[in-house]
Design a protein around this ligand. Structure first.
Ligand SMILES: [Zn+2]
Length: 254
């Protein structure tokens, strides 16, 4: 399947970090881990049997502290992500992440028990953009990003919107809402406000909905479900590239 060009529109940057990179960065930063080999680390960071979404999301806490707040690591994971995707045959990818979860400054609370540093959410977006851009140049594919609001952190959402606005011409193509859906978003009007403002400002919007829970979760979905956030002209070029490769497009999710 990897011989034909692929388009990937839903992949989490912080869920796609190379295990070797985690071990390498931990070593450089002097972070002690309960795992020291790749196979031990895989066991620690991944799930191998079905569980709840909450259990699955808890895996992030095993390794996010390794890369969060570290400029080189943040840029590196973005760059390596593009390399991996290019090797898989992906020609266009949209990757999503929460800038706040990788920051250690200007964020309340600071995640993963990090000490306060000087990497703000804004700096995180800048670093990821740099990594993606460098990856695009070196591996000749297109990589864009989507910034995630987090369900449990409504006070971050307006900042996410501001970052989407600031970087919309620098690789950021949309805003997302991610995290544990067992939290009822109706109780958090700040998410709704951010989405309404995003619409007014022409920011594309998507949202995680329906991974767990009843249809009411999906109902919370605010004007989403419009995938591929490339501008029309670029989207056409991409479709032509796919059309050329496959002869026809049977099922497209654009
Ligand atoms: Zn997702």
């Amino acid at each position: 399947m990897f011989n034909d060009p692929q388009v990937e529109l839903h992949v989490h940057l912080d869920g796609a970090i190379r295990i070797e990179t985690l071990l390498d960065v931990a070593k450089r930063r002097g972070i002690t881990l309960p795992a020291t080999t790749v196979s031990e680390m895989i066991k620690l960071c991944t799930v191998d049997k079905p569980g709840t979404l909450t259990e699955f999301l808890n895996k992030f806490s095993q390794y996010m502290h390794i890369v969060a707040g570290d400029r080189d690591a943040i840029k590196r994971i973005a760059y390596e992500f593009v390399e991996t995707k290019a090797k898989e045959g992906v020609i266009y990818v949209e990757t999503r992440y929460s800038p706040h979860l990788l920051a250690n400054c200007d964020v309340e609370p600071i995640s993963w028990n990090q000490k306060r540093g000087d990497v703000t959410p804004d700096k995180v977006v800048h670093l990821v953009n740099e990594g993606l851009k460098q990856g695009e140049r070196d591996f000749k594919i297109k990589a864009r990003s989507i910034l995630c609001c987090m369900r449990h952190m409504p006070n971050w959402s307006m900042e996410v919107l501001e970052l989407c606005k600031k970087y919309q011409n620098h690789g950021v193509v949309a805003m997302d809402l991610a995290g544990d859906e067992s939290l009822n978003c109706k109780a958090f009007p700040l998410h709704r406000k951010a989405y309404e403002e995003a619409e007014k400002n022409g920011i594309h919007r998507t949202v995680h909905a329906g991974e767990v829970g009843p249809a009411s979760v999906v109902k919370e979905n605010i004007n989403a479900a419009k995938s591929c956030f490339l501008p029309e002209k670029e989207k056409k070029e991409l479709l032509n590239q796919l059309y050329g490769a496959y002869g026809m497009i049977k099922d497209t999710c654009f």
